[in-house]
Each structure stands twice: as structure tokens, then as C-alpha cells.
Design a protein around this ligand. Structure first.
Ligand code: NAI
Length: 331
């Protein structure tokens, strides 16, 4: 039995968490959940949105499944997600993005992987108000973080038989910061002669992605561009409801979907649990429960391919609970 920290999050988090826990149980996953709440409601009771007990639990178990947590926009507490990634040094945000059979999109040949630097850039949160009309934010890029994320991207490419790594920056404008990131990627690339190395500016990449996404394989990006391009890529394969992800550190990993807490559909039992479920399937593979992972994957893909019981975001009208039951029936 593997102990895994479970953060149900807020917004649609608890609904999709409930779905995923039920599906993993039905597939007989050998997991004991260490449930740790975090987020806005917790902040009211415990004075912080990310209590130390959550961090301690992940440090102890070294693995977590996390549903989204709301971050107040333009005010309030610091993002739980950013703090968690920084606190646990989960330096790589891995977001594979591939078409799924049965989910209609404009493209049918998307198969790319986003490797997003997860600890610095504008997400360092160093901002100050200079006067009423001026505010500034500091973008931090270091050699250490840039080299290790580039190395992660190339190692991933080798291990997963990928052909090309493309470094994405705006180094024509941010000459020092993105320039440093790019130089590190170039240097690291030299150690991987078997992998093709490319570079592209982030604005050009966005245009290329919505026209010819099949041109891209592994993308390595600083934090902010990685965040934005991830959502764009989720759109290429059918939306945020199916985009999975993982935050990976040296010996710790937190699996979580790309999407946020979707307050607009909270409590309506209509959220798509697929992104969290796909993240949980990758977690199962990470802890070598491959057979259970495969069993769930097959049931999920069958449900999506059948196309009879789908959530609203995929063009269906099934509730989250109905979609969940259909996957369980297919296991
Ligand atoms: P969002 O990803 O929560 O929602 C964007 C749109 O996608 C909404 O219309 C939503 O209903 C839809 N959507 C998202 N997930 C869905 C699902 N599973 N099934 C069906 N539809 C889904 O982004 P938004 O609205 O910008 O952010 C809401 C909150 O989430 C913010 O507080 C933000 O900071 C937080 N957030 C948290 C993340 C995390 O915990 N890792 C990541 C991104 C945002």
C-alpha cells in the first residue's frame, strides 16, 4: 500500500477528487490517501492557505495528487500552487498534450510535451508599488534553474524516445533574462547530440501552434510562457477538462491537472474529472502500479471513444457523477 498525499483543493476540486478516488478504488489501486486540505476555506480557519502540515505530508510521502486551489486575483494570499512548487523545489512542470481518440478538435495529430520551469521568472512574486500609478515586478532567471530544466527536458526526450527539444523565449526583448535561459538551453543541448535542438520566440510559437501543432515535440520554457502556452495547448486537444500535468522535483512529485478551480461551475456536478484522472494515472505509473493504471486508462478511453456519456465541455450533457459511473462500469 502506497501512502499518497491528497489535496482536494477548492472550487470544482472536491467534486473531481471524489470522482477520481472512486475510480481508483474501483480499479483496486493500492493507495492509502493522506487527505490534506488547503486553500481559501483553510485560510479562514488556520490563518494560512497552505498550512505547514500539507508541506510536511508531501515531504514525508514524497508523492501527492492535487486538485486545483483558487488564488485571489490582484489581491489576497499568495498562490498555494506557486508556494508549494517553490517550497518543495518541484522544479519541472511536465504537461504532455496529445489528442485523445473520440475527442473532436481542429487537429488530430497533436503530440507534444511542455516542460515548464516551475520555480522562478515573474512567479518569484517580487513586486512593489512605487507610487499610486506605478508598480513593478522582478523577473528572475538563474543559470542553476535554467540548466536543470533544460537537462530535464533533454533527459525526458531521451527516455521517452522523443526527437526534438525546442527552447521557447522572448530573448530578442528580454536579452539578459531570457538570453540566459536560452544560452543554458544551447549549452545543455550540446550534451545530447542524438536529440535535435531548436529555438523559437514565444509569440511566433503561439501562431505556429494554432496552425501546425504537429511541428512541435518537446518544448522547454520559462515559467510564465510555460503557463500560458500550456492552456493554449490544452485548447488544441479539447480543452482544460482533459489536460494533465505533474510537478516534479528531485525525489518528490505532485500530480495535478493544468486547469484551475473553475469557480463558474463549482458545486454543479458538471466538471470534467478527466484531467485529474489522467494525472492520477500518471501517478500510478510513477509508483509502478502499471496494471491498475492501464485498466483505468482503457476504461477512460473507452468512455471517451463511445462518446455517449460525456461532460458538457466535451459536447455531452452527463454530470460528473454519471461520467464517473460510466468509467467504473467500463473497468
Ligand atoms: P480555470 O482553469 O479554473 O477555468 C477556465 C475555464 O475552463 C472555465 O470556464 C472553467 O469552467 C473551465 N474548466 C476548467 N476546468 C474544467 C473542468 N475540469 N471541466 C470543465 N470545465 C473546466 O481558470 P480560471 O477561471 O482562470 O481560474 C480559476 C481559479 O483557479 C483562479 O483562482 C486561479 O488562480 C486558479 N488556478 C489554480 C490552478 C491550480 O490549482 N493548479 C491552475 C490555474 C488556475
Amino acid at each position: 500500500m502506497q501512502i499518497v498525499t491528497l489535496i482536494p483543493g477548492d472550487g470544482i476540486g472536491p467534486e473531481i477528487t471524489d470522482s477520481v478516488v472512486k475510480i481508483l478504488k474501483a480499479a483496486d489501486a493500492q493507495i492509502e490517501w493522506d487527505i490534506q486540505t488547503a486553500g481559501a476555506d483553510v485560510a479562514e480557519v488556520e490563518g494560512t492557505a497552505l498550512p505547514q502540515r500539507v508541506i510536511d505530508s508531501i515531504k514525508k510521502n514524497k508523492i501527492a495528487l492535487k486538485a486545483p486551489v483558487t488564488t485571489p486575483i490582484g489581491k489576497g494570499f499568495r498562490s498555494v500552487n506557486v508556494a508549494l512548487r517553490k517550497e518543495l523545489d518541484l522544479y519541472a512542470n511536465l504537461r504532455p498534450c496529445k489528442n485523445i481518440e473520440g475527442i473532436k478538435t481542429r487537429f488530430d495529430n497533436v503530440d507534444l510535451v511542455i516542460v515548464r520551469e516551475n520555480t522562478e521568472d515573474l512567479y518569484a512574486g517580487i513586486e512593489r508599488q512605487i507610487d499610486d500609478d506605478t508598480a513593478e515586478s522582478i523577473k528572475i532567471i538563474t543559470r542553476k534553474a535554467s540548466e536543470r530544466i533544460a537537462k530535464f527536458a533533454f533527459d525526458y526526450a531521451v527516455k521517452n524516445k522523443r526527437k526534438t527539444v525546442t527552447a521557447v523565449t522572448k530573448a530578442n526583448i528580454c536579452k539578459l533574462t531570457d538570453g540566459l535561459f536560452l544560452n543554458c538551453a544551447r549549452e545543455v543541448a550540446q550534451n545530447y547530440p542524438e536529440i535535435k535542438y531548436n529555438e523559437v520566440l514565444v509569440d511566433n510559437l503561439c501562431m505556429q501552434l494554432v496552425q501546425n501543432p504537429e511541428k512541435y515535440d518537446v518544448l522547454v520554457l520559462p515559467n510564465l510562457y510555460g503557463d500560458i502556452v500550456s492552456d493554449l495547448c490544452a485548447g488544441l486537444i479539447g480543452g482544460l477538462g482533459i489536460a494533465k500535468g505533474a510537478n516534479i522535483g528531485i525525489d518528490t512529485a505532485v500530480f495535478e491537472p493544468v486547469h484551475g478551480s473553475a469557480p463558474d461551475i463549482k458545486g454543479q456536478n458538471k466538471a470534467n474529472p478527466t484531467a485529474l484522472l489522467l494525472s492520477a494515472i500518471d501517478l500510478l505509473k510513477y509508483i509502478n502500479q502499471n496494471q491498475v493504471a492501464k485498466k483505468i486508462e482503457n476504461a477512460l478511453y473507452k468512455t471517451l471513444k463511445d462518446g455517449k456519456i460525456l461532460t458538457y465541455d466535451l459536447g455531452g450533457n452527463a454530470l460528473c457523477s454519471e461520467f464517473t459511473n460510466e468509467i467504473i462500469n467500463n473497468i
